[in-house]
Write a protein that binds this ligand. Structure first.
Ligand SMILES: O=C[C@H](O)COP(=O)(O)O
Length: 321
């Protein structure tokens, strides 16, 4: 594959690597054009790809008016994302398909755990933390927030990185903060949100990805969904290459989570093609691939229903999503 990320041969297993990275923006554009024009999912395979996409969704609600009842509804939807008719059409048992996780604010983690428990579903609860979405609080408070979410039952913590440190090139300080966050997560997985829309250059995206992985992130995640620019394919490609390079140099496999603005079946199929082509089939499973999305499931349901009945339902006909 063409090298998009250039790292000097004499790199060390330390932050010296970061200073030697640059991304060729034109090569990123070319690779994506090539990928999207030469690869597609055949019509006959789209239903199974979309079912797989459902399993990778971190079904998310991150709203100011979240409350126990809508979090319970989210948990129900995550536990039984498709109607019986749709699961039958996919040849699956009714309780065989769930989303990858539910994702909520720290104050709603206990509600989500209770809801999933009532539904008898063994799905992880992911919590955003560290002053999500901006991260603009003291480090001590950000670490306390992680611990609060973990104590309430979150098995995955979606932290936000400190953008000031990234934008001013203080990669060592960023690394130190992330190591402290990793430690606060304990046994829970850490997903590091880079807020790529605020990092200005693809080179910064690559550097932030590498620092986050070096600090022990289980996943790197594009965005909070609250920035002006969220998950885009060029940014995703750069992050995938960082994951690949990191794996090649260290043997560690880090997961990837695009999030923010992924709303249609067409969008998600493009992301899955990117995963398959850049990182391989393992990155089409929810062990290594998650999609942070609040509205995507609705469109997938409508798309699958369309394949059965040849009628594209309205969003209102799938109200729970
Ligand atoms: O992490 C998840 C994102 O906040 C979801 O963003 P979205 O509402 O654009 O799907």
């Amino acid at each position: 594959y063409p090298r998009l990320v250039v790292i000097d041969d004499d790199y060390l297993q330390d932050l010296g690597w970061i200073n030697k990275v640059r991304v060729d923006d034109k090569a990123v554009k070319r690779r994506l054009e090539d990928l999207l024009s030469s690869r597609s999912v055949s019509s006959g395979n789209q239903s199974s790809w979309l079912a797989r996409a459902v399993q990778c969704i971190d079904l998310t609600t991150l709203a100011g008016d979240d409350c126990p009842s809508n979090v319970f509804r989210l948990c129900s939807k995550a536990s039984f994302p498709l109607s019986n008719e749709l699961t039958d059409s996919l040849g699956l048992h009714h309780n065989q398909l769930t989303t990858g996780a539910v994702c909520v604010y720290p104050a709603r983690v206990a509600d989500a755990c209770k809801g999933l428990n009532l539904l008898n579903t063994n799905l992880p609860v992911a919590s955003v933390a560290t002053g999500f979405p901006t991260g603009q609080t003291d480090l001590k408070l950000r670490l306390q927030e992680i611990k609060y979410a973990v104590q309430n039952g979150a098995k995955e913590i979606d932290i936000v990185i400190n953008r000031e440190l990234a934008l001013t090139g203080k990669w060592r300080d960023l690394y130190d903060e992330l190591v402290a966050m990793r430690s606060a997560c304990g046994d829970s997985h850490m997903k590091s949100i880079l807020a790529v829309g605020e990092l200005i250059t693809l080179t910064n995206v690559n550097k932030a990805s590498v620092v986050a992985m070096m600090a022990g992130s289980d996943f790197i995640k594009t965005s909070t969904g609250k920035e002006t620019v969220n998950a885009t394919l060029p940014i995703g490609l750069v992050m995938c290459r960082a994951i690949k390079e990191y794996n090649r140099k260290t043997g560690h496999k880090v997961g990837f989570k695009p999030a923010g603005g992924i709303r249609t079946s067409k969008d998600v199929l493009q992301w899955m093609i990117l995963m398959k082509e850049e990182l391989g089939d393992e990155y089409l499973t929810n062990v290594y691939f998650r999609i942070g999305a609040s509205a995507l499931l609705n469109d997938i349901e409508r798309n699958l229903a369309n394949r059965i009945s040849l009628e594209y339902s309205t969003a209102e006909e799938m109200p729970l999503a």
